[in-house]
Design a protein around this ligand. Structure first.
Ligand code: HEM
Length: 181
């Protein structure tokens, strides 16, 4: 995974839980991580998992809730760092459909070793978008956090649900996004 995912994760932990917690989770995850991250490096996905599991033990907040919170947090960083993906976008659904068609494709051009999910999206009707998430990294809750923050950004109130599909491991998940007003 790209270094920005790690450096921003540790920023969020510091902001929400304090520096002692950053120290504690780095210490706890020592056998999986070497504890040094730069925004331009690339690290194993297992390292992020180890840090999140340690954070969950330390704070008693569940792993899915932490992933969701991280998605919400990272969205603001994306808006700041990659404004071109947000300009001239007419609606939240247009933006969400663009992730797989355009945004993540550009990310891979910039960083060929980025590990991204695949989404298949279709509109049930004008107020209901379905996105099927596919990824071995099982980070749908992070994606749900990003979508939640996107709904704030586009000032669109939504009802958001997920349904785990396939072998129920979390690498195939249906996300239903319904505009409620
Ligand atoms: C609501 C919008 C978005 C959703 C739902 C979404 C979803 C995701 C998910 C779930 C992952 C984790 C990897 C995985 O599950 O396999 C991910 C990674 C990533 N996404 Fe997106 N994304 C969104 C918008 C964006 C935007 C606007 C950017 C800006 C360039 C972006 C860039 C990235 C990057 C850099 C990674 C990390 C890749 C790596 O570490 O190797 N995403 N995205």
């Amino acid at each position: 995974m790209k270094g920005i995912v790690f450096t921003e994760f540790l920023e969020m932990v510091e902001e929400k839980f304090g520096y002692e917690t950053v120290d504690a989770i780095l210490e706890k995850s020592q056998d999986v991580t070497d504890g040094v991250y730069t925004s331009v490096g690339t690290y194993k996905h297992a390292e992020l998992v180890a840090l999140i599991v340690s954070l969950s033990e330390e704070t008693k907040v569940s792993v899915p809730d932490l992933l969701h919170a991280y998605g919400v947090y990272l969205f603001a960083i994306f808006v700041r760092s990659y404004p071109m993906f947000f300009e001239h976008v007419k609606s939240m659904f247009d933006f969400l459909e663009n992730i797989d068609r355009h945004i993540h494709k550009e990310v891979v051009k910039l960083y060929p070793d980025a590990e991204l999910p695949r989404f298949e999206s279709y509109r049930e009707n004008e107020k209901h978008l379905v996105m099927i998430y596919y990824s071995q990294r099982k980070m749908v809750d992070f994606g749900m956090g990003l979508i939640t923050a996107a709904s704030d950004h586009f000032k669109t109130k939504i009802d958001l649900t997920k349904t785990v599909l396939g072998d129920l491991s979390g690498n195939e998940v249906r996300i239903d996004i319904k505009i409620i007003e």
